[in-house]
Design a protein around this ligand. Sequence first.
Ligand code: EPZ
Length: 418
Amino acid sequence: MKRIVIEGGTPLRGIVHTSGAKNAVLPIIAASLLAQGEFTIYDTPWLADVETMCELLDSLGVSSDFQDNILRIDTANLQKTEAHYDCVRKMRASFLVMGPLLAKYGHAKISLPGGCAIGSRPIDLHLKGFEALGAKVTFGDGYIVAQAAKLKGNKIYLDFPSVGATENIMMAASLAEGHTVIENAAEEPEIVDLSNFLNAMGAKIKGAGTSVIRIEGVDSLSAIRHTVIPDRIEAGSFMVAAAITKSDVLITNIIDEHLKSVAAKLQDAGVNVDISYDGVRIQGTGEIYPVDLKTLPYPGFPTDMQAQFMALLTLARGTSIVTETVFENRFMHVPELRKMGADIRIEDRSAVISGVERLQGADVRSTDLRAGAALVIAGLAADGITRVSHIHHILRGYENFCEKLMALGAKVKMVDEP
Ligand code: EPZ
């Protein structure tokens, strides 16, 4: 089994370059199904999730090629509009191909996406959107089928500002007849990047990044070139890694606007944060102050940074309260952090973290992507050796994670142990 082994206690030093955003490139790859032709997508991170999405496209007859962070997709020979269980099982984001296939080909058959460690992850809001656009949605033997001769624009209110539902509906509406309004839409930067990608293809979308998105349907879209925005969650993870190890690290290739809430929370915790349009310098100082944080849809504090920030707070001088409002079960990292000596108790949707002097290295298990990153981050500060197992979760979302940490001086390595 592959593990990441960390010897804690070494401060980091140097510069780390943020890769392209996983949660931007996945919907963008799905959106390429809305047009026939050759796409070129720059700053694509090479991640397990990107590979899975390309495998899914391959199963539809769409070819792709990845080299030097450039992803080329040719959708001209699409043969099928059915996404196989094997792909969807591996990654919930596979479901993002439903909107494009439905809009472009009038049919999509997708295996039901499983839940995962962080919650049930329903898709009711996606389906509500498709039905509002006139699609007929049916279920059968573990698949969902959506069909429509031609989608028609409509007004859709999302009970929750779901990122995936906003993306799927926005993609479907871009080829619908007439006007669509998505209200209570998600405002994440990845939605804006997808909207920019679609508009460059010829779509007519306004308001992405706000809670009301307006889409004027068009007859057809074209293949384009696009550069993916930087990954704000990867950047945030390295900011926290620098803070917990009391290091001096510069993180480049960022969009400072996207990191406002994380930077503000780190400053509240006593960390020196010097952020500008193209980089953020973190200088960990003497001590970490306790802070209370609540995860919220963007622009609130991101749920995808909750586990990493909790790792930092385990060493704060006092008690912090972390409340997770987005997912119903995103504290799987708590029992693992406790193995390292953290003092955390869970009360409903909040975790109460009483800071301790030191963490001790331990054998821990990565239960999901961000929990895994949090455990590596805790291991960087812990006394002794931490061995993180089930690291396939981490490799889904962090490009060259170990290499980037080693380049900063961390004593980290990936090993294959029985
Ligand atoms: C996206 O997931 C991200 N993934 C997640 O990042 C991120 O945590 C999440 O948005 C929230 O920001 C990608 O972009 C590929 P949601 P998504 O739909 O779209 C409920 C990571 O670590 N909901 O906004 O699946 C749902 O149960 C991953 O990179 C419904 O009830 O998230 C959850 O409680 C993890 N019905 C909440 O909304 C629906 O139809 C947020 O889900 C859809 C969602």
